[in-house]
Design a protein around this ligand. Sequence first.
Ligand SMILES: [Zn+2]
Ligand SMILES: [Zn+2]
Length: 127
Amino acid sequence: MTITGSCACGTVRFAIEGRPSALGTCHCSRCRKLGSSTILFVTRDQFRLLSGADHIKTISPRPPYTYTRSFCRACGTALGEPLSPDASFPINAHCLDDDPGVAHGFHEFTEDRPAWDRPVTTEEIAQ
Ligand SMILES: [Zn+2]
Ligand SMILES: [Zn+2]
């Protein structure tokens, strides 16, 4: 199974071979501000960057933060960490163009959720 994904302008395109290990949402302020809250974990061997490598800008934070995050230089789409040297790394789930075949499975740093962020009720969906 090949799962494809891309940024909003289509410059950065990638493919994932096989089933990703996890998909979930981090509610910490870093992930929220950087626009990669809902992420898909992939391994180095299953991830392939198909185009746009020279258009990826990577941001590194000031200590004590250790994350890095990448964006498309052309459209600003948050990509997660597609250039990470790690064996497993997060990709922005909102960049996926195909169903990854894995259900949303975790929420982390839920204590950092802002006051306005709460579950949507069924009554609200119906309106
Ligand atoms: Zn783009
Ligand atoms: Zn986070």
